[in-house]
Design a binder for this molecule. Structure first.
Ligand code: PSU
Ligand code: MN
Length: 345
């Protein structure tokens, strides 16, 4: 009961903040259901750099919750905004205890299609119904919440994609269609090596998503692979490259000024020292993908199962790499947000 009334109280007190933010941003959409933490609402209203973070990474990512992502964002001069659904309340700016609570109680994995299902539970709970469920938002779910709040930059680990055999199963992550329709810049290490990367890029092109890979230290104009998460190479060329955070910020601004509503994907290859060569991952990937098919882990249960199995099959080696890459992506996202805030001054 206490938790419920607290959720309700917060939903009510956030309204004036939302109104203030609405008048100072260009966000075309707005949801009275959204709870934005006071710190994040203030940062948005005053044009401070803000970085959205997802909650699926905590609830379904097989990485543990001690990723230090918020402190990394802060260390680079930006405000972190963890997005997710807490007891039926879509929230931007979850606190660490709130995320812990979601992990402890258990949360469902929430992509775009799941948001209203969970939020309806929240609406009914405020009228005295049963306690509503939590939702760890995926990249697509997080992009929707970030866009509603007026946040432009989002740092995370790996994008969902077209699954192997996706041309038959039609298992194509909602992250890809989200990038087609929601103008948020996502910084990731490309997508997992267990996905079909060539088809993922085809699909992103069809969706009109901007895809650019960071080319640090690579001579101007040289081609870059779109990275494959644990590996820097995928054998598939990235459609565009980006030199530094300032250029990424310029792309975000250009997209906005052109009025193109689709999203942007900045691929940030895993640092050399943490990378695991593709051949070394291949066995673990093959086994995990085969087992998922045999055991019937399809739909949104597929990615979490494969992540967990790869973690076991590589004796946790994949986890250290995964943590390192998420942290570098989030740092990069913060630097992009800082550059963008300067351009918008
Ligand atoms: N990649 C990771 N860790 C993750 C995910 C992807 O390294 O936790 C999550 C992200 O939230 C991503 C989602 O949006 O999986 C994609 O799931 P699906 O393949 O079911 O669309
Ligand atoms: Mn899927």
């Amino acid at each position: 009961l206490l938790a419920l009334s607290r959720a309700r109280g917060l939903a009510l007190t956030s309204k004036p903040l939302l109104r203030r933010h609405l008048s100072t941003t260009t966000s075309p959409r707005f949801s009275s259901l959204l709870r934005i933490s006071p710190e994040v609402a203030d940062a948005i209203a005053t044009n401070k750099p803000v970085v959205a973070l997802e909650s699926t990474i905590y609830t379904h990512g097989a990485l543990g919750s001690d990723l230090q992502l918020e402190s990394i964002v802060r260390a680079h001069g930006a405000v972190p905004a963890v997005c997710g659904i807490l007891a039926g309340v879509p929230t931007v700016g979850l606190t660490p205890p709130e995320v812990d609570r979601m992990v402890r109680d258990g949360a469902s994995k929430a992509s775009r299609r799941d948001l209203a299902v969970l939020a309806a539970g929240g609406l009914l709970a405020t009228e005295g119904g049963a306690a509503a469920r939590h939702g760890g938002t995926t990249i697509s779910g997080t992009m929707v919440l970030a866009r509603l709040a007026g946040i432009r930059v989002f740092g995370t680990g790996g994008l969902g994609g077209v699954h192997r055999g996706g041309e038959v199963s039609m298992d194509v992550s909602a992250d890809l269609t989200e990038l087609g329709r929601t103008r948020v810049a996502v910084v990731s290490s490309g997508c997992k090596g267990f996905l079909d990367i060539a088809r993922t890029l085809e699909y992103l092109e069809t969706q009109g998503a901007l895809v650019a890979t960071f080319a640090d230290g690579v001579p101007e104009g040289s081609p870059m692979d779109f990275p494959a998460f644990w590996a820097r190479e995928s054998g598939v060329r990235s459609p565009a490259t980006v030199r530094d955070e300032r250029e990424a910020a310029a792309m975000i601004l250009a997209q906005e000024r052109l009025g193109v509503e689709s999203g942007l994907l900045f691929a940030n290859p895993i640092p050399e020292e943490h990378a695991i060569p593709r051949v070394e991952m291949e066995n673990a990937i093959e086994t995990a993908v085969r087992e998922a098919a045999e055991k019937g882990f399809t739909g949104n249960a597929n990615t979490p199962y494969i992540l967990k199995r790869i973690r076991e099959l590589t004796n946790e080696r994949s986890v250290a790499a995964n943590k390192a890459l998420v942290q570098t992506n989030v740092a990069r996202a913060a630097k992009i947000a800082v550059e963008l805030a300067k351009m918008l001054e």
